[in-house]
Write a protein that binds this ligand. Structure first.
Ligand code: GLC
Ligand code: CA
Length: 540
């Protein structure tokens, strides 16, 4: 087991993200809950993970599935109560699993006491916890738009003022320039550290230092100053792991965020690799994956961030479509391609995050519009069809990129509702649960599940994965992603065929007698099979 009191333990760890609403229901209301997570801890221990990033479980009106918090120190009754949370922390710890909570610090819910107070008047002490501009209600202070469609300003007639929100109007942005806001947030963090939480994922952290008058949202001028204060005041324990969501991060910024001196965060989620298969900055304008660009992107992050900071490794989360449907083949080669993608990622330097169901090779879903729940999907359909896009083309975008693809319930069994609930599930269960489910995976030695289990073991056993240098092979090849990792004495070769056709690839001579650490086909031939992947290893 890792010594989690030491700074940097997370460099050897693998995390698993749980989206609580969709993980496991225990009381038949169709919504996953904390007791459900507790009941599945043995499964997660078997997989071999060291920590759980738990998407928000705090009290919330759930306009954006918990990313609109109305009480940072209370558990939403939908998920259970504080006792359940305490039990989860203790039971997880017994199995060597840390709980990492999701902190939404950029904004809160309009039902939070701070905002309710702020609405009472301009001289209310909480008024300055938010961002206001005077106006007459006819034209917003500027033309900034919200991430989920519509303007970023909402008018409050009784105050004669607009407030700023980067997301939906029910998620008013907090005014980080006000020291009282920052102090208040640090108190919430300390509350959870005292409960035994061992880390945090910080929602849209690059957007806290906004300046709406300059139309600045991400990477505002005071961002790193705020982060250093946050770290000093709230992340006091050496062993806490902190990961910031930063869509706007480049390598240089990531070096600040993840400075090994611990002055800011442990690492960030950056999204450069997740934005290559689209034609505009909008994810809805999808395009085929340009593998050459993807490889160059990974190469840059691996080589340039290296040990001057720390990478996080992920391809999935609750905001992204399922990777096997996106970069793999979710039909004929579902199992092969799911394993291939995992091999590509888990051979790299950084801390891997597995999103629930990824270890089963779960896929996207295709639903009619009215069956989706995500506010972003409905706003998109409204806005794009108003702008003149055909409803058919908008639905294509939603099927490919909608966030509910990742949010369908976890597939535990082939039975009714995939064993997720005995009631009516809050979001449709993917009909393919009859073949893709945990029970079947656990009974099949060749399953995607056991492949992930093995990748996790390999990471723990072979230090070259944590510390080796990265070299990209055949950078111009459009079908094969191959790289090596090297220390003075240890050498690892990772080869992945990103296509559904055979490819030729010459294994470098040095690896002629290397050990096959893992592979998704039983034997190698002189051709790479469709979606074939392997890791070869030798020591000098
Ligand atoms: C982050 C979350 C996303 C949420 C948004 C607003 O991007 O991952 O789910 O909607 O922030 O909080
Ligand atoms: Ca429930």
């Amino acid at each position: 087991m890792l010594d989690k009191t030491k700074r940097g333990w997370w460099q050897s760890a693998v995390f698993y993200q749980i989206y609580p609403k969709s993980f496991q229901d225990t009381n038949g209301d169709g919504i996953g809950d904390l007791k459900g997570i507790i009941s599945r801890l043995d499964y997660l221990q078997k997989l071999g993970i060291d920590g759980i990033w738990l998407s928000p479980v705090c009290q919330s009106p759930q306009v954006d599935n918990g990313y609109d918090v109305s009480d940072y120190c209370a558990i939403d009754p939908m998920f259970g109560n504080m006792e359940d949370m305490e039990t989860l922390i203790v039971e997880a710890k017994k199995r060597g699993i840390s709980i990492i909570m999701d902190l939404v610090l950029n904004h809160c819910s309009d039902q939070h006491i701070w905002f309710k107070e702020a609405l009472k008047g301009k001289d209310n002490p909480y008024h300055d916890y938010f961002i206001w501009r005077d106006g007459d209600g006819a034209t917003p202070p500027n033309d900034m738009g919200s991430v989920f469609g519509g303007p970023a300003w909402t008018y409050v007639p009784q105050l004669g003022q607009w407030y700023f929100h980067q997301f939906v109007p029910q998620q008013p942005d907090l005014n980080w320039d006000n020291p009282k806001v920052r102090r208040g947030l640090y108190d919430f963090i300390r509350f959870w550290v005292d409960k035994g939480v061992e880390g945090f994922r910080l929602d849209v952290i690059d957007q806290i230092a906004k300046d709406p008058d300059q139309k600045i949202t991400a990477n505002g001028p005071r961002l790193h100053e705020f982060l250093r204060e946050l770290s000093k005041e709230a992340f006091i324990e050496e062993g806490l792991v902190t990961v910031g969501e930063a869509w706007g991060a480049n390598v240089e910024r990531a070096k600040l965020y993840s400075n090994p001196d611990g002055s800011e965060l442990s690492m960030v989620f950056q999204f450069e690799h997740m934005c290559l298969d689209q034609t505009t900055w909008q994810k809805w304008d999808f395009a085929p994956l340009p593998l050459v660009k993807l490889k160059d992107c990974y190469r840059r992050w691996q080589q340039e961030l290296g040990s001057e900071g720390w990478n996080s490794l992920f391809m999935n989360n609750h905001d992204l479509p399922r990777i096997v449907s996106r970069w793999g083949d979710d039909q004929k080669y579902r199992v092969e391609s799911a394993k291939m993608l995992a091999t590509m990622l888990h051979g790299m330097q950084g801390t891997p995050y597995i999103y629930q169901g990824e270890e089963l090779g779960m896929t996207n879903i295709k639903l009619p519009l009215e069956e989706y729940v995500d506010v972003e999907i409905h706003n998109l359909f409204r806005d794009r069809t108003t702008e003149g896009h055909s409803p058919e083309s908008v639905m294509e975008s939603i099927w490919k990129r909608g966030r509910d693809n990742a949010r369908t319930p976890m597939q535990w069994t082939a039975g009714e509702n995939a064993g997720f609930t005995t009631g009516k599930s809050w979001l449709k269960v993917n009909p393919n649960h009859t073949t893709i489910n945990a029970e079947a995976a656990l009974a099949e030695p060749d399953s995607v599940f056991y492949y992930y289990q093995k990748l996790i073991q390999i990471r723990k056993e072979y230090d070259v994965i944590r510390s080796g240098s990265f070299t990209l092979l055949c950078p111009e090849d459009e079908k094969i992603f191959a790289y090596t990792r090297d220390t003075d004495k240890a050498h690892l070769l990772v080869v992945c065929n990103f296509s559904g056709e055979e490819q030729s690839f010459e294994i470098p001579a040095a690896y002629a007698n290397a050990k096959r650490l893992i592979a998704n086909y039983p034997d190698s031939t002189d051709q790479l099979q469709p979606y074939e992947a392997m890791m070869l290893y030798y020591e000098d």
